[in-house]
Write a protein that binds this ligand. Structure first.
Ligand code: GDP
Ligand code: CA
Length: 319
């Protein structure tokens, strides 16, 4: 069915997999993505927006499929030269990727909004669905560890997620002006799909902007989340220790708790099927289906199932 108005809330790798599943699936026509800008940071004077670029490169089929991030066919000459100049090069930025960051930084200097810059990059890469930003303002995730506060990239890339996580904060979120396009999209959605992204730093950072969270809560849309956990473990990344830092369990309950107050349905893997009864008892609809996405077919198949499930449950609730 075409024309279902769907919003996908998405982080980086898990978010981009879901975005591809929707973009190339049965319901592609009505889909818009709201991405995460809170992993953004400055390197070598350039503004880097990792999650947004992962979305753009994935949807434009320019992503390094092995890594799940960065450009395919990438080289690292510039970074080697920067290292030779004594610069910190723990943030891997390839030569092709650097062009994106140069463009973004240059446009920002000229006063172009982050939303319009994203649009420019999406157009260049042939992305076939709109990528909206929750805000054009700066929001930055900070991670408190036993040795102090780190920027998100310091924690994630430089420290390889090794330090214990005491607390996660979203600097600037409270003051950020939400984008009207994102608010309008949320309020007119039939369906809000939460990608199997990190609920704390990817989805949590989007929802840390008060009016964005409120728009999700107020929306008449059916809200369905795909769990980023399979067999009680993350496929990749620090979602487990971040959930624990918030006192949440590393299972479907912890994901539910992250989205409590607006979640209508959850999609969990057969490896977590024993958690379905607990979710059902909370009044949440549950779809149990394999959620590991490797190839594009897996992504399309899963997201088509997720949307069909949500529309079905929404219709049953309305009846
Ligand atoms: P990041 O911004 O690149 O860290 O990516 P996201 O926040 O969008 O997604 C990270 C989460 O995606 C991790 O918690 C993973 O467990 C989850 N994830 C990655 N691939 C898959 C997948 O194929 N299936 C499911 N269910 N989760 C996945
Ligand atoms: Ca991210």
């Amino acid at each position: 069915m075409a024309g279902v108005n769907i919003t996908l809330l998405a982080g980086g790798v898990g978010g981009a997999k879901a975005a591809e599943g929707l973009a190339f699936g049965h319901y592609a026509q009505g889909v818009k993505v709201i991405g995460n800008v809170a992993d953004d940071d400055e390197f070598h004077g350039l503004w880097v927006s990792p999650d947004i670029d992962t979305l753009i490169y994935s949807l434009g089929d320019q992503i390094d499929r092995q890594q799940g991030w960065g450009r395919k066919g990438e080289s690292h000459q510039t970074l080697k030269e920067l290292a030779a100049l004594g610069q910190d090069t723990w943030m891997t930025l390839g030569d092709l990727d650097l062009a994106t960051h140069i463009y973004r930084t240059q446009q920002r200097k000229q006063g172009v909004s982050m939303s319009d810059i994203t649009q420019g990059l999406a157009t260049r890469h042939g992305v076939n669905l709109p990528i909206l930003l929750p805000t054009d303002d700066m929001v930055q995730t900070r991670v408190k560890t036993p040795t102090g506060w780190l920027s998100f990239q310091e924690f994630f890339v430089r420290e390889h997620c090794q330090p214990d996580v005491i607390e996660v904060a979203y600097q600037g979120a409270d003051q950020a002006t939400p984008n009207a396009a994102a608010l309008a999209q949320l309020s007119t959605s039939d369906l809000i799909v939460i990608a199997p992204s990190n609920p704390v730093v990817s989805i949590g950072a989007i929802l840390a902007i008060p009016d964005i969270r409120q728009a999700v809560i107020d929306s008449a849309a059916y809200v369905v989340a795909v769990s980023p956990l399979i067999g009680g473990k993350t496929v990749k990344g620090p979602a487990d220790k971040m959930l624990a830092s918030e006192g949440k369990s590393v299972d479907s309950k912890g994901i539910y708790d992250s989205y409590q107050g607006f979640i209508d349905g959850m999609v969990i893997d057969p490896q977590d099927a024993q958690e379905a009864d607990w979710l059902l008892a909370q009044g949440v609809d549950v779809l149990v289906t394999p959620t590991l996405m490797k190839e594009r077919d897996d992504k399309v198949s899963l997201l088509d199932q997720v949307v069909a499930f949500a529309l079905d449950k929404q219709a049953m609730r309305a009846a």
